[in-house]
Design a binder for this molecule. Structure first.
Ligand code: PLP
Length: 455
C-alpha cells in the first residue's frame, strides 16, 4: 500500500510526490500573467475513481487539468472579489495542516494547535481592543461566524425560545445575516432593517425609530448587527454611537468585521476600526485581504465563556481537556475542525508587523489612486474608508446602468481586468477590490482609462 506515507522512515515516494506537486503549483502560479484572471475554455478530468488507483504522475496530470480551469487570484487584474493571492507562508501552513490532520474538536486530537488557536484568537481580540475575558474560535468562513454570533446573542438573551424575537440589521449587512436569522427558525419579519445614510452607514435615527417600533408592538430584540466594511463599498457603521445605544437598551452588538477587522492589526490603520473594542462579538475574516488561504475566519467574543454557554453539549466520548475548561468542539457549531488556524498564524508571522501594515496601507492607497483617476463627472463613485470602490454611470437610468455594467465588464475582461457587478440600491455597479498586491500603478491607469472611456 503506497497510499500512506511510511511512519517508519522518510518515504521517498511521498517526498517526490510532494516535490512534483509543489513544482506543478509553482508553475501554475508563475504562469498567471500569461493569461487573464479567468480561464476561457477547460475540460474537467474524469470524476469517478477507476478500478485501480492512479499513480502519482497521473494524479498530478488530473490536478494539472483542474488547475487549468481555475481562477487566478494572483493575476494583477483579479479585482472582482475579496479573494486576494495566497501568501506563500499560508500555502505551506495549509499543506502542513493537511499533513498533520489534527482535529480542533478536542485537545487530545490537537494538543499544540488547540493552545495555538486559543492564544491567537486572544491576541487578535486584544488587537481589536476587546477585554481580557475575550477570546474566540476559528470558523470555516465569515457566514458561519455570523450565524454563530447570532446564536450566542440569542442564547445570552431571555429570548431563546421566543419565536417573536427580532434582530436589528443594517440594510447594507451581508446576506449571511438574513440567512442566519432564517436558519435560526425565525420568520422574515424578524429581520428589522435599519436604513443607511448617503455613505452607506447605519443611520442612528432609523435605528432608534425601528427599536421604538419594535417595543411599541410588544416585540423583543436580541441583537443589533453592524458592519465594519460593507460588501459593496467598504463602509464602516458608527460603532461608538451604536454601542452606546446597545448598552442603554441592553442589546447585544455583533459587528460583522469580515472585511474591516484586519485593519485593527496595524498601528497605522487601527483607528479606522477603533470601536470594534465595544462589540459583544466580532467576525473577522483574514482570508479576505491578508492572503490567508481559504477558509480563514474567526468569531471573537468579549467573554469566551459565552461561546461555551451557547454551544456546549458535553462530550461523553472525549477526554476532558487537561488545560482548558472546554474543548474546541464545544465553542462553536462545527464538530471536527481542521487546524485552519495554522495558516493564519504562520501567514501573520511571515508578514510580520511591517508586512501586515504594508499590505493594509497599500490596499488603501491603490483604492485612493483609482478613485483619483476616475472621472467623477461621468461616473458616480461609491466608497468608504477601506479598499473597496464601486462605480456606475452618473447620468443613466437603472436599465442603462445594467447594460453598461454588462458590456463594460466584458470589455474589461478582454483587457484582463476582472471586476464584479453587484446590484446596490436597485442599480448595477462595477466593483473593484483593491487588495491585490500585484496590482501596480500602471494597471490602475489602464483600468481607469477603460472605465472613463466606457461612457
Ligand atoms: C461583510 C461580509 N460579511 C460576511 C461575508 C461572508 O464571508 P464568507 O464568504 O467567508 O462566508 C462576506 C463575504 O463577502 C462579507 O462581505
Amino acid at each position: 500500500m503506497d497510499f500512506f506515507a511510511s511512519p517508519d522512515h522518510p518515504d521517498p515516494k511521498f517526498k517526490s510526490f510532494l516535490e512534483d506537486a509543489c513544482s506543478s503549483l509553482c508553475n501554475w502560479i508563475s504562469s498567471t500573467n500569461q493569461k487573464g484572471p479567468l480561464p476561457l475554455l477547460f475540460d474537467l478530468p474524469e470524476v469517478e475513481p477507476c478500478l485501480d488507483g492512479l499513480p502519482p504522475e497521473q494524479l498530478l496530470e488530473d490536478l494539472q487539468q483542474l488547475m487549468s480551469g481555475s481562477y487566478h487570484s494572483s493575476h494583477p487584474g483579479a479585482l472582482a472579489h475579496l479573494d486576494p493571492p495566497p501568501l506563500t507562508g499560508s500555502i505551506i501552513g495549509e499543506l502542513i495542516c493537511a499533513g498533520l490532520n489534527n482535529n480542533l474538536l478536542a485537545e487530545e486530537l490537537s494538543p499544540s494547535i488547540t493552545k495555538l488557536e486559543r492564544s491567537l484568537c486572544k491576541w487578535i481580540a486584544g488587537k481589536l481592543g476587546m477585554p481580557s475575558t475575550s477570546g474566540g474560535v476559528s470558523t470555516s468562513g465569515g457566514s458561519l461566524a455570523n450565524l454563530m454570533a447570532l446564536l450566542v446573542a440569542r442564547s445570552n438573551s431571555q429570548l431563546l425560545y421566543d419565536s417573536d424575537a427580532v434582530v436589528l440589521v443594517s440594510e447594507e449587512a451581508h446576506v449571511s445575516i438574513t440567512r442566519a436569522i432564517s436558519v435560526m427558525g425565525l420568520p422574515p419579519e424578524a429581520v428589522r432593517e435599519i436604513l443607511t445614510d448617503d455613505d452607506g452607514r447605519i443611520d442612528m435615527r432609523s435605528l432608534k425609530e425601528q427599536f421604538a417600533k419594535i417595543k411599541s408592538h410588544g416585540k423583543k430584540c436580541f441583537a443589533v448587527v453592524a458592519t465594519a466594511g460593507t460588501t459593496v463599498r467598504g463602509a464602516i457603521d458608527p460603532l461608538a454611537e451604536i454601542s452606546e445605544f446597545c448598552k442603554v437598551e441592553n442589546l447585544w452588538l455583533h459587528v460583522d468585521a469580515a472585511i474591516g477587522g484586519v485593519f485593527a492589526l496595524s498601528t497605522s490603520t487601527k483607528n479606522l476600526v477603533a470601536d470594534l473594542s465595544k462589540a459583544n462579538s466580532v467576525t473577522v475574516n483574514p482570508q479576505k485581504l491578508l492572503g490567508i488561504t481559504k477558509t480563514s475566519s474567526l468569531l471573537l467574543v468579549a467573554h469566551l465563556e459565552d461561546l461555551f454557554k451557547c454551544f456546549s453539549t458535553g462530550f461523553p466520548y472525549i477526554e476532558p481537556s487537561s488545560e482548558f475548561q472546554f474543548q474546541g468542539g464545544e465553542i462553536g457549531l462545527q464538530g471536527s475542525r481542521p487546524a485552519e488556524i495554522i495558516k493564519l498564524w504562520i501567514g501573520l508571522k511571515q508578514l510580520g508587523q511591517k508586512g501586515i501594515q504594508l499590505l493594509l496601507e497599500e490596499s488603501l492607497s491603490r483604492k485612493q489612486s483609482l478613485f483619483e483617476k476616475l472621472d467623477c463627472r461621468k461616473l458616480k463613485l461609491i466608497t468608504g474608508p477601506l479598499h473597496l470602490i464601486a462605480v456606475t454611470p452618473r447620468y443613466a437610468t437603472n436599465v442603462e446602468a445594467d447594460h453598461w455594467s454588462l458590456s463594460t465588464k466584458a470589455r474589461l475582461l478582454e483587457s484582463n481586468f476582472m471586476l464584479s457587478r453587484p446590484k446596490y440600491h436597485r442599480r448595477h455597479y462595477l466593483k473593484a477590490v483593491m487588495g491585490n498586491p500585484h496590482t501596480k500603478i500602471s494597471h490602475i491607469e489602464e483600468l481607469s482609462d477603460i472605465l472613463n472611456q466606457s461612457i
